[in-house]
Write a protein that binds this ligand. Structure first.
Ligand SMILES: [Fe+2]
Length: 180
C-alpha cells in the first residue's frame, strides 16, 4: 500500500475501495450511537435530547408519516451530538446521501421554522420561515416542526424505543441514493 497518494496504483485503490464499502455498512450503527449520546444533552429543556428525538419520531410514526419522514423526524437533531449552534447543517449533511433533497433542506432549516416559538424571546424574527414559503420542502418543514418536533419535549410521554426504529435506520442508511 502506498504511503504517498502520488504513488497509488489501481491495485491499491481496489483494496481501498472495498474497505470503504465495508465501512459504509457502519453508517446506521453510527447514527444509532449518535442518537444514544443525546441522552447526555438536556440543555435546559424538560427532557433530554434522546427522549425528544424518540418522541419526535414516535409522533411522526403515529401520524402515519412516510418512512423517510419518520427517519428524519427521529434524526432531525442528531447534529446536536456534535455541536448545537449549527446542528441543522451538521445533521443535514450527515444524511444527505441517503435522503431526498427536500428532506435535506427540511433538516438544514428546521431551526428557523422552530423560531416561530422562541426567536421573539431572543430578539430575533419569529417568522423566518416566511423566507422559504415558495420552496418545495416548505410544507414538509412545517409538518415536521409544528406537528412532531415542537410538541416533543415531554419527559413522561411513552415513546417507542430506539431499537424499534433500528430496522428503518438500517433500511434508509444502508446505501447512498446517489453517487457523491
Ligand atoms: Fe428538535
Amino acid at each position: 500500500m502506498f504511503t504517498r497518494m502520488q504513488d497509488g496504483t489501481a491495485e491499491d485503490w481496489a483494496v481501498i475501495g472495498s474497505a470503504h464499502a465495508e465501512h459504509f455498512k457502519k453508517t446506521p450503527a453510527h447514527l444509532m450511537d449518535m442518537l444514544r449520546s443525546l441522552e447526555a444533552v438536556t440543555v435546559g429543556f424538560a427532557c433530554d435530547q434522546l427522549q425528544h428525538s424518540l418522541m419526535t419520531g414516535t409522533l411522526a410514526r403515529r401520524d402515519n408519516a412516510s418512512d423517510e419522514e419518520v427517519a428524519i423526524a427521529l434524526l432531525h437533531d442528531v447534529g446536536k451530538a456534535v455541536n448545537i449552534p449549527n446542528h441543522g447543517a451538521i445533521g443535514a449533511e450527515l444524511m444527505r446521501p441517503y435522503i431526498s433533497e427536500d428532506a435535506y433542506h427540511v433538516i438544514y432549516n428546521h431551526q428557523h421554522f422552530q423560531g416561530k416559538y422562541y426567536y421573539a424571546y431572543m430578539g430575533g424574527n419569529p417568522n423566518m420561515r416566511a423566507d422559504s414559503v415558495n420552496e418545495s420542502w416548505f410544507s414538509l418543514a412545517e409538518k415536521l416542526v409544528d406537528r412532531w418536533d415542537a410538541p416533543a419535549f415531554d419527559p413522561d410521554y411513552e415513546v417507542d424505543s430506539l431499537e424499534s426504529f433500528e430496522p428503518l435506520i438500517q433500511q434508509i442508511f444502508a446505501k447512498p441514493l446517489r453517487a457523491l
